[in-house]
Ligand binder design. Structure first.
Ligand code: ZN
Length: 205
């Protein structure tokens, strides 16, 4: 029996070349605490109005925000950190490289969404066991500071990939260090931010 549960939450829709691209965050219920992976968006920023068709903010849902003990950002692109402001005072784990890039590179993200008042980052250098059986692993590719979340406790791990793979083909035929890392873990299931269903090996999805 797996004691660590993952629940996807649909938080926005993007339109990319006429196609709907959903945005999901993932809630992990671990015996040691509740972990939220990425925070979506809570508004449509003018700079993104060409791409964002709908937001379903986390603070307008039946999720009790106060029940979240820890936040993880897979990376700091706008569609992954736009709800960080809802979690002021709660530790937000992100790779140090990612935080530095988001704070310094032009047109990387929506800068004010990265550092709203009260948000407290815990910069991570490489691998970290956040809770027993729940690890953060650097997974460069989509951004050089991207990380994935790996959940043990079953015969094979479950992965929350952020945008390390944006669509299934990138795991069927991995091309980046991060994608190859995911495949090397021989996961049972991989949750992506921008697909409705998880990727599972050998299902041909
Ligand atoms: Zn994304």
């Amino acid at each position: 029996m797996r004691t660590i549960a993952v629940t996807p939450i649909h938080v926005a829709d993007l339109a990319i070349e006429g196609e709907r691209m959903p945005v999901h965050v993932h809630l992990i219920d671990h015996p040691g605490g509740r972990v939220l992976v990425d925070t979506g968006m809570t508004e449509i920023h003018p700079a993104l109005s060409d791409f964002v068709t709908r937001v379903l903010p986390l603070d307008a849902r039946d999720l009790d925000l106060a029940s979240v003990d820890v936040v993880v950002n897979t990376h700091l692109h706008a569609d992954h950190c736009g709800g960080n402001h809802l979690f002021a005072g709660i530790p937000v784990h992100v790779q140090r490289q990612e935080l530095e890039d988001a704070r310094s590179e032009e047109e990387y993200t929506i800068r004010e969404w990265v550092d709203p008042p009260g948000v407290r980052y815990v910069p991570v250098d490489g691998e970290l066991e956040l809770l027993p059986g729940l690890r953060l692993l650097p997974a460069p590719g989509h951004t050089r500071g991207s990380q994935i979340v790996v959940i043990e406790g079953g015969p094979r791990p479950v992965v929350i990939a952020g945008d390390t793979a944006v669509w299934f083909g990138e795991l069927d035929d991995p091309g980046t260090e991060g994608q190859r890392l995911i495949r090397s873990l021989d996961p049972e299931r991989v949750w992506l931010a921008h697909t409705d269903d998880p990727w599972e090996p050998g299902t041909g999805r």
